[in-house]
Design a protein around this ligand. Structure first.
Ligand code: FAD
Length: 411
């Protein structure tokens, strides 16, 4: 590692890697470090709960770039290095292995660490998050001896893991504390659809079930999950998907403003001089969030904020206004989400969920603000334009799958 870099990027995940790529594409010729605490070159995270977990895609095929790419572009990839402190006055970062390095500009792209349970038994050896390759490799290594899996958390990661586990022939129980799956990100129609799908595929879904303790054996292995309703779910392995905690500790300690994530402006600048933050850890005022400040946990946000920060460092003045989008694969279903359903006041189902190709459209004040499209790519593409246009549309036509969204008349 050099004594100092013109730009140091901390976090070699989606956002950090993309920032390094963009800087070189935009003609940045100075010294550039990409510092990450994982041992692996930057890789795609979405397959971790999808085809990588299923054993259908090897690690080499989820690398964001071939291994040689980084050195070829003059990007000093420093792996297995955790930044533990920042001094914004001397512009130095301290690393966990005792070294330190200076920076001209710092890009903080550290994502989040998985939230884990804190109940009795939560330290069991066979309880896993699904955040890193290392997490998933541990799951895969144990799978041959596993018959039953309890999955805690009915968000996208829990549901995707459930689909993969069923495909691998495991008995699956999915335990969700709230009264429906996906309640943080989608409306009741989509939740009901995915609950039905998973039940039809043999997943035992328990909603409104609050985990109270994990029963362990003498080897400190989880053998069952106990819930507040008195139920006991036997399991050979427990997977926990209950969200992330943004990794902003060193930045906040150094004086950056933030709470749930580190606060950034429309150019991804933090309150510290020459320090940017991007990706899952960056709390920003999103133009599609009805004035709300939020963190977005998506590849779209990681990539687009990386572009904005890199562009600003290179002297541009383009603010972050990208339309949010997301996808999830479960069984043969492809969900594509666009926009943000934050503060929607109406929800409209377009098409018949029983056909397994339909969309849920979220409205605020008669305007389309978001869509969840299940096996309905045309709706996704045309709905995106409706969100950007922001014009109230005829609701009867919008609900009619025979009328293409792009042909729906104004209200
Ligand atoms: P990350 O990709 O998490 O990268 C952050 C990196 O920084 C990590 O390697 C971390 O170990 C490292 N780091 C943290 N602290 C330090 C430190 N102090 N020093 C050095 N390094 C540090 N999004 C979608 O849009 N569609 C999907 O289908 C989808 N599926 C997903 C499935 C799974 C299993 C997961 C975990 C995420 C999924 N996501 C999906 C979300 C998406 O992967 C994230 O939004 C994206 O990875 C965020 O990028 P990031 O760079 O902010 O964080």
């Amino acid at each position: 590692m050099q004594d100092a870099y013109d730009i140091a990027i901390v976090g070699a995940g989606h956002a950090g890697a993309q920032a390094a790529i963009c800087l070189r594409q935009m003609g940045f010729t100075g010294s550039l470090a990409l510092i990450g605490d994982e041992r692996f070159p930057p890789y795609e995270r979405p397959p971790l709960s999808k085809d990588y977990l299923a054993g259908e895609r090897p690690f080499e095929r989820i690398l964001l770039r071939p291994e040689a790419f980084w050195a070829e572009r003059g990007i000093d990839l420093q792996l297995g290095q955790r930044v533990k402190a920042i001094d914004p006055v001397t512009k130095t970062v301290a690393l966990s292995q005792g070294a330190s390095t200076g920076y001209g500009t710092l890009i903080w792209a550290t994502g989040g660490s998985p939230r884990m349970l804190s109940c009795p038994g939560a330290q069991a050896r066979n309880m896993f998050a699904v955040r890193t390759r290392a997490d998933v490799d541990k799951i895969i290594a144990l799978l041959p001896g596993v018959e039953s899996v309890a999955i805690i958390g009915g968000g996208y990661i829990g549901l995707e893991a459930a689909a993969v586990m069923r495909k691998l022939g495991k008995q699956v129980t999915l335990i969700e504390a709230l009264d429906r799956v996906l309640s943080r990100v989608a409306g009741p129609a989509l939740s009901a659809f995915f609950e039905d799908e998973h039940r039809a595929h043999g997943v035992d879904i328990r909603t409104g079930a609050l985990v109270e303790s994990i029963e362990t054996d003498e080897d400190d292995r989880a053998v069952a999950v106990h819930c507040a309703d008195g139920s006991r779910t036997a399991a050979d392995m427990v997977i926990v998907g209950i969200g992330i905690i943004p990794q902003t500790g060193p930045l906040i300690l150094a004086g950056a403003a933030g709470g749930n994530g580190v606060d950034v402006d429309e150019f991804c600048r933090t309150s510290l001089p020459d320090v940017y933050a991007i990706g899952d850890c960056a709390a920003h005022a999103n133009p599609f969030a009805n004035g709300g400040v939020m963190r977005l946990e998506s590849v779209q946000n990681a990539n687009d904020q990386a572009k904005i920060a890199a562009g600003h460092i290179m002297g541009g003045k383009v603010p972050y206004t990208a339309v949010p989008w997301f996808w999830s694969n479960q069984y043969d279903l492809r969900l594509q989400t666009v926009g943000l359903s934050v503060d929607h006041d109406a929800e409209l189902v377009r098409g018949d969920p029983a056909s397994r190709s339909f969309s849920v459209i979220y409205l605020r004040g008669g305007k389309v603000i978001a869509l969840d499209c299940v096996n309905a790519t045309k709706d996704y593409v045309q709905g995106r334009k409706a969100i950007v246009d922001g014009i109230p549309l005829d609701l009867a036509q919008l609900a009619d799958p025979l009328v293409p969204i792009k042909a729906v008349e104004h209200a």
